[in-house]
Design a protein around this ligand. Structure first.
Ligand SMILES: [Zn+2]
Length: 354
């Protein structure tokens, strides 16, 4: 009987996969190694984005469809006894390649030094949170008066192209405390082919680590859209954590000359602050909501209507403001949610007092 070469056995590839799990786990604990992966991302991100941005459609979406179909096919073949062995082997090889690519191009970025380390320390007070909420209520009111509306009097994005341009542009002027991630100024925004499904799952957008595309749900109400673009674009810049992408997205949008981007950003900040106050001081949160301008109230209603229209089983599973990789990285829940507000308030402390 002829002996099979080792690399053709299932045991070999299962062992390699296990070794990968262990190795990347250990890597994630070593700052020096994580920095190496960050540097690698920095080095390749421009090329990675350039390759796929040249194609007008979302390559990442197609890739996931093929992956899904492939998985079904493999399962089918593995169930059948005759083809089990060879397809199990192929499955293990594919899993190894995918897992390795994911970690190499993205996964390790979740272990970069948190931004909060570079911001002022000290406890966050309720008063600070409330003051900032009022500041953003006023900013929203002012900016809202300067943007366009649709026939129902709801905020309407008129030029997505110039929003994308400014998001890319403003990444050149991010503050130093964020570290040194270079803006590559490549327009790799892609409306997702799954927009219908995304609306029902509550996914606003997602970053595809395999194709480096910033996918967004083009069906979203205008209030969500510009800030979602900023958020996904920040993932492309090299920030993996959800709340840090929000925070850096906020830095990109907060003083944008494009008023649509600025309003969407300020409105997102206001909602986040209100959410964080909903438990601590519900009366205050309620009074802020009542003090929305008539225009903002219409925008709020439009968001509610959109959610209601797309309510469903999936919504319960996913929650509303998350995107795809959230669950798998345990980034979800109230703790990380307030991490964004934490960053906001600490950043506010660094600003000159007026
Ligand atoms: Zn995200």
């Amino acid at each position: 009987m002829k002996q099979k070469p080792t690399y053709k056995t299932k045991g070999f590839w299962a062992g390699i996969l296990l070794a990968q799990f262990l190795l990347f786990f250990i890597f994630s604990k070593i700052e020096f190694v994580v920095n190496l992966f960050s540097s690698f991302f920095e080095l390749q991100k421009g090329y990675h984005q350039a390759i796929f941005s040249s194609l007008a459609f979302s390559v990442g979406d197609i890739f996931y469809i093929i992956l899904g179909i492939g998985l079904l096919y493999f399962v089918f073949k593995i169930i059948k006894k005759k083809s089990r062995n060879i397809f199990l082997l192929r499955f293990l090889i594919a899993a190894n390649i995918l897992y390795f690519s994911y970690q190499l191009f993205w996964g390790m970025l979740y272990f970069q030094q948190p931004i909060i380390k570079n911001l002022p320390k000290g406890n966050i007070t309720l008063k600070e949170t409330q003051d900032l909420t009022l500041k953003y209520l006023n900013l929203c009111k002012q900016t809202r008066q300067l943007v366009k509306e649709d026939k129902n009097g709801v905020f309407m994005v008129t030029n997505l192209g110039s929003i994308k341009n400014e998001i890319l542009q403003n990444q050149n002027y991010l503050p130093d405390f964020l570290g040194h991630k270079k803006a590559v100024n490549i327009n790799a925004f892609k409306p997702s082919l799954y927009e219908g499904v995304m609306s029902y799952t509550g996914i606003l957008g997602y970053y595809n680590p395999f194709t480096a595309e910033a996918q967004y749900n083009a069906e979203l109400p205008s209030t969500y859209l510009p800030f979602t673009l900023a958020h996904e674009s920040i993932h492309q810049l090299g920030f993996a954590r959800e709340q840090e992408a929000n925070f850096t997205g906020f830095l990109v949008g907060r003083s944008a000359t494009n008023l649509e981007l600025r309003y969407s950003t300020e409105y997102f900040v206001l909602k986040s602050l209100l959410n964080s106050l909903a438990e601590k001081n519900p009366e205050f949160a309620k009074s802020v909501l009542q003090n929305y301008s008539a225009e903002m109230k219409r925008d709020r209603r439009a968001e509610k209507d959109f959610r209601k229209k797309h309510e469903g089983l999936l919504d319960v599973l996913f929650g509303y403001t998350n995107d795809l990789f959230l669950k798998s990285n345990q980034q979800e829940g109230s703790i990380t949610y307030s991490y964004f507000v934490d960053l906001l308030i600490r950043f506010e402390r660094t600003l000159p007092k007026k």
